[in-house]
Design a protein around this ligand. Structure first.
Ligand code: FES
Length: 559
């Protein structure tokens, strides 16, 4: 076996080599353990504040069995974790902080490889970003999705059905008792959300990138095969060291194009666009919104899972998961990309055909995410067309502007809100710097007065993100954001807005001169933070179209 990275610590001459071995032996290891055996770190995002990742200590135990069986030494370590449901103002504000924690925890320690245990939305991209920057052999083991809840004979899909049922509750169609029953069953097991939200999308894309063993992403968290997969991943981590297979050899530009292709085929979360750009950026690979739009136009959405479709992640698992999807679109993929098991992605998926053509079937001829541009979004905006209303994809309407989310919340249920079904709701100051942290506020609730008229969708625009579990004709990630003087900042209530998804257009109906005049009067809002991590975030976060990483964490982006 080659000279290993950990040898710098344990085989160092003199006092320090002895001391490092001695202090680790305080954990109960015998004398021959640190004699050159491969050391595999298990980077665990377990936390009682991240319910989706609560079972990851059990997963880590299975990984350890695999590492030991392959002759390695597993050492588990924690990092900060990002619990989507609890953290304020938003986990997105801390994705880069977790990525830094992951990166420096790996770099500073005597590790020859690392197993990344993730689940809840931001934990997967944060770990991939950190591991990419260190570039020692790494393998991802996702925690897997929850099992579905049941309410009145209906399977519940995490946020997707939760939000629909909330609309029934706020309009008096569900009782307090029924609402409480929903609360008790919508998140009934360990694991992450049950739909193709951000968590399922990002773990699926880790698999599409080649960073997991085949089939890893969709195994339900409580399924025994989750632990078997973890054990096999532990063994694979040891083999990666010998093969010298590092993230930069696996996550190539071609692999990212595969991941974008799979994102479109999944009808996956819009958040994945920001995360993939950020992960690629760590490897010096520049992905642009145009890459996403180009690939979307030539990729069918073929996964009939909520919020784009009808089924849940458990059904997706039984249908064959990511390998079955990649098998179905194999002719569109770079099949020669190498993966963590040493085989190519083409070899990995060549025999996995769909087991359920209701779940894996064409939902739309083009990919789920469309990039819009125009004078309202010069650097781009996103819409998830597969979760939008077809009748609104070409629309002209009058803007109704909310200056902030607080204003929107205060007014959205007013009976005298001056909107009708054709209005376009605009909400600003919700981007990376303006909110701050780029929260998932983009799914502006439907005004109560329209819901009572039976209107269930309308065009909504903001510089926020949206939960991957959300739905509706919702335009997101408008860049540049309003807080830095993007055109969203100067929209007035009553302005004409034109959306034309087929033409990729989002236009504010004012003249160029009027636009210039209004922008010249723009005054930036005061910063939300003057100290600490918040200040670091505000000073260095990039815009949505650039991945929202910190500018100083990216290498020179030139590939
Ligand atoms: Fe963790 Fe949805 S709250 S994945």
């Amino acid at each position: 076996m080659k000279n290993k990275r950990s040898s710098q610590w344990f085989q160092a001459p003199g006092y320090h080599g002895m001391a490092r071995r001695a202090w680790l032996r305080s954990e109960g290891y015998p004398a021959d353990v640190f004699d050159g055996k491969p050391i595999v770190g298990i980077c665990n995002s377990w936390s009682e504040l991240t319910n989706c990742n609560m079972h990851l200590r059990d997963v880590a135990a299975a990984v350890k069995r695999g590492v030991l069986a392959a002759g390695g030494i597993p050492l588990e370590f924690p990092t900060i974790s990002l619990g989507e449901m609890l953290m304020l103002p938003t986990t997105m504000m801390f994705r880069n902080l977790m990525a830094m924690d992951v990166e420096e925890s790996i770099r500073a320690n005597p590790l020859d490889a690392v197993v990344l245990l993730c689940g809840c939305d931001k934990t997967t991209p944060a770990q991939l970003m950190g591991a990419a920057s260190v570039d020692i052999p790494a393998i991802v083991v996702p925690g897997g999705p929850m099992l579905a809840g049941q309410f009145k004979g209906q399977k519940l899909g995490s946020g997707t059905d939760g939000r629909k049922l909330f609309d029934l509750y706020r309009t008096g169609k569900l009782t307090d008792e029924e609402w409480s029953e929903v609360e008790g069953c919508i998140a009934r097991t360990s694991g992450h959300c049950t739909v193709m939200g951000t968590a399922s999308t990002m773990t699926s894309l880790a698999e599409a990138l080649g960073m997991t063993l085949p089939g890893s992403a969709s195994i339900p968290a409580p399924d025994s095969r989750r632990l078997a997969n973890a054990e096999l991943s532990g063994r694979a981590a040891v083999e990666l060291i010998e093969a010298g297979l590092t993230p930069s050899r696996i996550m190539t530009r071609a692999a990212f194009e595969n991941a974008i292709r799979v994102l479109m085929a999944l009808g996956g979360s819009t958040n994945a666009v920001v995360h993939l750009i950020a992960i690629a950026g760590r490897l010096g690979i520049r992905l642009t919104l145009d890459d996403f739009d180009r690939i979307a136009r030539k990729t069918p959405c073929i996964v009939n899972v909520k919020p784009s479709g009808e089924y849940l992640m458990e059904d997706f698992f039984h249908a064959g998961g990511v390998p079955a999807v990649m098998n179905r679109i194999a002719s569109l993929l770079h099949g020669d990309c190498v993966t963590v098991n040493g085989k190519t992605i083409g070899e990995n998926v060549s025999t996995t055909v769909s087991q359920d053509d209701n779940v894996i079937r064409q939902v739309s001829a083009e990919g789920g995410i469309v990039v819009l541009r125009g004078n309202l979004a010069p650097n781009g905006a996103l819409i998830k067309v597969t979760a939008a209303s077809p009748g609104l994809l070409k629309h002209r309407g009058r803007a109704y502007v909310f200056e902030t989310r607080d204003q929107m919340i205060a007014e959205i249920d007013r009976d005298d809100l001056a909107v009708d079904r054709d209005s376009v709701l605009v909400m600003r100051n919700c981007g990376p710097k303006g909110a701050p942290g780029f929260p998932e506020w983009g799914h502006i609730p439907m005004p109560k007065k329209l819901l009572e008229q039976g209107v269930t969708d309308m065009v909504r625009i903001s510089d926020a993100r949206m939960s991957g579990t959300s739905f509706g004709t919702v335009i997101l990630h408008v860049a540049p954001e309003s807080a830095v003087g993007g055109p969203l900042a100067i929209v007035k209530t009553g302005d004409d807005i034109v959306l034309d998804v087929a033409a990729r257009k989002l236009e504010l109906g004012i003249t160029a001169q009027e636009m210039q005049d209004r922008l010249s009067r723009f005054v930036a809002p005061p910063p939300h933070y003057r100290r600490g991590y918040g200040r670091l975030f505000l000073e260095h976060v990039t815009q949505a179209d650039q991945g929202c990483d910190f500018d100083f964490l990216m290498p020179e982006v030139n590939k």
